[in-house]
Structure formats: structure tokens, C-alpha cells
Ligand binder design. Structure first.
Ligand SMILES: C[S@@+](CC[C@H](N)C(=O)[O-])C[C@H]1O[C@@H](n2cnc3c(N)ncnc32)[C@H](O)[C@@H]1O
Length: 256
């Protein structure tokens, strides 16, 4: 049983918030998603408030920090891995974050099935897996189809935040995301989390990897037909995610 008042940390960086006495804990697991959507925010949270969605939330560090900083917004964290959702849920429960829910669900599937058009205020995607092996490329999250769903799900002045430490993935994002969003690169860490918004960002920086960050608002005038035309026109993410690693290795061998 954790001690109330305890501050936890991972990788030497405090996990946002403090553990509350058990009588103040919340229930943040969205255990069973219905077979059909869209989800009803009022029924899930017991209130109507703008929604922040973190796709591939891992252990939930960003969701915890954002929910603590912005109690007026409802937060949803999604991941396909049950074990990380268990960690995230436990931490949000112990911090009494009644305006947070975590679910085991794929990002594409969630937006397609459960998000009503123009219903979400912010969608965050931190360090989606680049999948180095060619056979796994088709699992990459950020595709034209996914970006079209993000565009459709966001309110007109909604926000997409996206970040990676894989140079080839960033190159793909920087070429594709601006077709759907008025996109800006964020130079340097986010001011609200100087040591990193997520576990992977903290780790990547420790490993000396570059971190690429960007944000954007939906391009106006992209109706469903135009979104589908972009999906048909734009390339899928078939880049070689290990290219930079092999180049670094060659440079090192040359220098030896
Ligand atoms: C590299 S981790 C990053 C986790 C976290 N965002 C961070 O920055 O620390 C990528 C996460 O995305 C999850 N993931 C992979 N494909 C996904 C998908 N289609 N939908 C939702 N989550 C996914 C993985 O299970 C993993 O937890």
C-alpha cells in the first residue's frame, strides 16, 4: 500500500502529483468499450468538458501532468498494451483524478469508432513506435488515414501535438502533417515539462537522441471528400526507420 503524500519518481524525474489517502482515490479505468460509438463524454465523466486525448499514452505521464494542470478538461489516455494502461490507471486513481480515463484501445480504431466529428479539443501523440523491421511497418500509427481521422475528430480550433525521436519518422511527419494541419515545429522542450513530457522523451534525451516536436491546428475547409482525397494521394509511412542508426554506425567505424 503506497503512503499518502508520497511523491514517486521514474528515471529520477518526479511523477506528477502526490498519492492521496485511499478514500480520495478515483476510478479511471474505462474497462469495457461499447461495440459501437460514439462515446458519450457526459455519461463517462459525469460532466461535459473539453476532451484531451493522448494516443499511445504509455505509462500516462503526460496525462497525469496535464490533468493536474488543467482540472477543467476531461482526459483520455489510450494504449494497446494492457500493462502500461494498468500503471497509468493505478497512478491516476491514487491521485484522485476523477476527470481522467484510460482504455486499452488502438488510436485509429478509437477515433474511427468512438469519436464523434469535431468532439475532441486536443490530440497528443508522443513517440509513436517507429517499428524498425520492414514486416512491422504497417503497424505505424501516423498515416494519412490516421491524420484524416484526427482532423475530423478535432474541434475546428483544436490542437494536434506530435513528437518523435526517430529522424525518419519526423521527416515523414513534417511532409505529411502540414497537409492536414497548420503545423509548427516546437524548438526545444515544452515549457510545462522541461525534463520531458513523457517517459520516452526523458529516456531519448538521456540517450542523446534528438527529439522532434510539433503542433498544429486543423486546416479549415477540409471536408470529408477532401480528407479522403488526401488519404488517397499521400504516401504511406514506408520509410526506413533504422537509416540514421546505420549511418551513425558507419561514421563511427570510419573514425576508428
Ligand atoms: C514508444 S512508446 C511511447 C509511450 C509514451 N507516449 C511516451 O512517450 O513515453 C509507444 C506506445 O504506443 C503504443 N502503441 C503502439 N501502437 C499503438 C496504437 N495503434 N494505438 C495506441 N497505442 C499504440 C505502444 O504500446 C507504446 O506504449
Amino acid at each position: 500500500m503506497p503512503d499518502p503524500g508520497q511523491i514517486e519518481s521514474e528515471l529520477g524525474v518526479p511523477i506528477p502529483g502526490v498519492i492521496l489517502p485511499p478514500e480520495q482515490w478515483a476510478k479511471t479505468a474505462l474497462k469495457k468499450l461499447p461495440s459501437e460509438g460514439p462515446l458519450d463524454g457526459q455519461a463517462i465523466f459525469g460532466r461535459s468538458a473539453p476532451i484531451v486525448l493522448d494516443v499511445g499514452c504509455g505509462n500516462g505521464r503526460f496525462v497525469l501532468a496535464s490533468a493536474l494542470r488543467r482540472p477543467h478538461m476531461n482526459h483520455v489516455g489510450l494504449d494497446i498494451l494492457p500493462v502500461v494502461i494498468r500503471y497509468a490507471t493505478r497512478r491516476a486513481n491514487q491521485r484522485g483524478l476523477h476527470h481522467v480515463r484510460f482504455a486499452v484501445c488502438g488510436g485509429h480504431e478509437f477515433l474511427e469508432r468512438y469519436a464523434a466529428p469535431r468532439s475532441i479539443h486536443e490530440i497528443h501523440v508522443y513517440h509513436p513506435q517507429p517499428y524498425g523491421q520492414t514486416q512491422k511497418q504497417e503497424r505505424r500509427l501516423v498515416t494519412p488515414g490516421f491524420l484524416a481521422l484526427v482532423h475530423r475528430s478535432l474541434v475546428p480550433d483544436g490542437l494536434l501535438v506530435i513528437q518523435t525521436d526517430n529522424p525518419a519518422y519526423w521527416q515523414y511527419m513534417a511532409a505529411t502533417v502540414p497537409r492536414f494541419f497548420e503545423f509548427h515545429e516546437q524548438k526545444g522542450p515544452w515549457p510545462d515539462a522541461p525534463e520531458g513530457r513523457t517517459r520516452r522523451e526523458i529516456m531519448a534525451r538521456r540517450m542523446g537522441l534528438p527529439v522532434f516536436r510539433g503542433w498544429g491546428r486543423p486546416r479549415p475547409g477540409l471536408d470529408e471528400a477532401r480528407l479522403q482525397a488526401l488519404v488517397a494521394e499521400l504516401p504511406l509511412p514506408t520509410f526506413d526507420a533504422t537509416r540514421h542508426r546505420r549511418a551513425r554506425h558507419r561514421r563511427r567505424r570510419k573514425a576508428d
